[in-house]
Design a protein around this ligand. Sequence first.
Ligand code: NAD
Ligand code: LMR
Length: 329
Amino acid sequence: MSKAPVRVAVTGAAGQIGYALLFRIASGEMLGKDQPVILQLLEIPDEKAQNALKGVIMELEDCAFPLLAGIEAHSNPEEAFKDTDYALLVGARPRGPGMERADLLAANAAIFTVQGKALNKVASRNVKVLVVGNPANTNAYIAMKSAPDLPAKNFTAMLRLDHNRAASQIAAKTGTAVGDIKGLTVWGNHSPTMYADYRFATINGASVKETINDQVWNAEVFLPTVGKRGAAIIAARGLSSAASAANAAIDHMRDWALGSNGEWVTMGVPSNGEYGIPAGIVFGFPVTTTPDGEYKIVEGLEIDAFSQECINKTLAELQGEADGVKHLL
Ligand code: NAD
Ligand code: LMR
């Protein structure tokens, strides 16, 4: 018997990440090749954006995806989020050259207050929310605080792109296949202060830290390369990352919904006090996920002095961002 369709809301659906994301959701890459989906797409009311959304919908129709059980176009979040099981909050202003993601806080924070309230009012009571729009951790925090009737743990921020970037840098450094790298994580904020940590990672069972054995490379090449990769892409393309961001969103949601087979993945999730991160702060943690749609923060990892310093720095930045949006909450 075929499964009942689930509802997937995507905001910023006519933007560049939306264009790289929707076709993959509709083809079953996110929730499985046996899971029909209804896409509930949100764009701003502006005529140009709504027209662009119409064009994207025509293309989705023309793909004749067997799993695509319906498509809706919306300009009102309370309609777009009605009964939704999954919400991918992508719609927000991207940064341009010379900007930091935190510079977007003022421009984008209001969006996530409105959308958090709308989710609170109309979404499925178990909706799984992924915030992609920057600054992603603090936007997820704002949406979570604006939705007091929904489980806080269901509000997550995207650090999977950073996780994937870190894996790719390690594969290049060690001359190994990226798929053989396990046990990696990225702590903290999706910003240059993030701490990509390979101390526990392995390649085919061998320790990455021992294989690389170069703390200078870690501190002076690896961390800045991963942390500033978004800016490097903006400098090269003139636009922020889109296909790799959409790919990371698919990875994040797929692993959350279907399970990570015991592997660590990085998700930005509200802390319950793990590793001394104050409760409620949306922080990149190593997590494992199970096929029933739950995630669990990996606990008990040793935090050495260098790592603690990095974690303190990214936490301080997140606390500063949370202070900056207090008036909205
Ligand atoms: P884009 O400008 O191409 O598209 C954004 C779309 O969102 C536009 O079509 C816009 O009309 C729409 N939008 C704006 N406000 C909206 C609202 N209130 N409701 C619904 N739609 C709205 O940008 P993009 O390249 O697709 O990037 C989107 C966001 O994702 C940016 O904030 C970018 O910085 C962020 N991003 C995050 C990551 C990450 O790893 N977390 C990676 C890449 C990009
Ligand atoms: C990225 O990491 O590529 C995105 O967050 C876009 C940006 O502004 O860096």
